[in-house]
Write a protein that binds this ligand. Structure first.
Ligand code: PHE
Length: 340
């Protein structure tokens, strides 16, 4: 009996070592330890043994079973390991290859700069107003103190849809629309971004371009407030070293009026090719709101004052990125746009 057990164990061990797959191994298990397996058969046969023999053989059989089970476990994990190894070496993933680059779109430089300008003024307590691009002559000219035969209309020729309706030449009509809506409440503190149209077309002018208008109306608003706001804007937009310069100018809807320059960021004001050796770059027009404009829009010009400014977004974008041709902004060439 004991010899038979030893023989079963030796054969089981040999067959387990020879099993080349988990399936083969399972067959070996069934052959020896299964319900009709060889070792199970021996245990069943123990009933026929004498009572002295039975415990000894029983112990031996249990030892054989334990050893076969232990070897089974061991062989199983060996086979699993080699299976995984095989799978891994069959897969040809080169983890040093560069990943897939997804091209994500980005904002057009004009949109990005517009948002940047908006953020600066929102931070100063302004809100954003809008007006129509197809505008009435009244808002674009007349209510801004440019009556029908005013010579300053010539500088802003545009497309007339009817004698009274036109493509707006600037965002200043939003000043009037906003004041009409708000009067006589105070304060008025808005910026108005949008498209404007003029009969212009060269390297630094486009028939369609963008402006951002600014308007503040309240009691005791002075030119010093205008200077302060625009100085803060210039520093936030072009860097804290930036200086501003106000030159006398003329607009029918502001009095006094000024043109604002910033110190050239390229040479720091020394004079270079970018600033035509002047050290300064023009960025906008501005002034104190003309009393007649305040009156026409419903405000009492002996009680309130205000300032206004209008800047060209293309111009600011060109200065910020040192572009020499405005048309680059409208060609929609991705080789250009992808650089921002
Ligand atoms: N509307 C003027 C222009 O387009 C700019 C401006 C706005 C000037 C507000 C003064 C005040 O040239």
């Amino acid at each position: 009996m004991e010899q038979k057990l030893q023989y079963i164990q030796a054969r089981a061990m040999e067959e387990m070592s020879g099993a080349g797959s988990l399936e083969d191994l399972n067959e070996v298990r069934i052959r020896y330890l299964g319900k009709k397996g060889e070792l199970t058969g021996v245990l069943r046969g123990m009933a026929a043994l004498s009572s002295e023999e039975r415990p000894r053989i029983g112990q031996a059989a249990n030892r054989v079973r334990a050893e076969i089970e232990a070897r089974l476990e061991e062989r199983m994990s060996q086979l699993k390991d080699s299976l995984r190894e095989k799978k891994l070496s069959a897969e040809t993933i080169d983890i040093t290859l560069p990943g897939t680059v997804f091209s994500t779109g980005k904002l057009h430089p004009l949109t990005a700069v517009t948002r940047q300008i908006e953020d600066i003024f929102l931070g100063l307590g302004f809100s954003i107003a809008e007006g129509p691009e197809v505008e009435m002559d009244y808002y674009n000219f007349e209510a801004l103190n440019l009556p029908k035969e005013h010579p300053a209309r010539d500088m802003q020729d545009t497309f007339f849809i009817t004698p009274e309706i036109l493509l707006r030449t600037h965002t200043s009509p939003v000043q009037v629309r906003t004041m009409e809506r708000t009067a006589p409440a105070l304060p008025v503190k808005i910026i108005a971004p949008g498209k404007v149209y003029r009969r212009d077309d060269d390297a630094t002018h486009s028939p369609m371009f963008h402006q951002i208008e600014g308007l503040v109306v309240d009691k005791r608003i002075t030119f010093a407030d205008l200077r302060g706001v625009l100085q803060v804007f210039a520093e936030k937009m072009f860097g804290s070293e930036t200086r501003t310069r106000f030159r006398p100018s003329y607009f029918p809807f502001t009095e006094p009026s000024a043109e604002v320059d910033i110190s050239c960021g390229m040479c720091g004001g020394e004079g270079c090719r970018v600033c035509s050796r002047t050290g300064w770059l023009e960025i906008l027009g501005c002034g104190m709101v003309h009393p007649r404009v305040l009156e026409m829009s419903g405000y009492n010009s002996s009680e309130v004052t205000g300032f206004a400014f209008g800047m060209g977004v293309e111009r600011i974008t060109m200065l910020k990125y040192n572009l020499d041709d405005m048309r680059l902004l409208f060609d929609n060439d991705v080789r250009f746009l992808a650089q921002f």
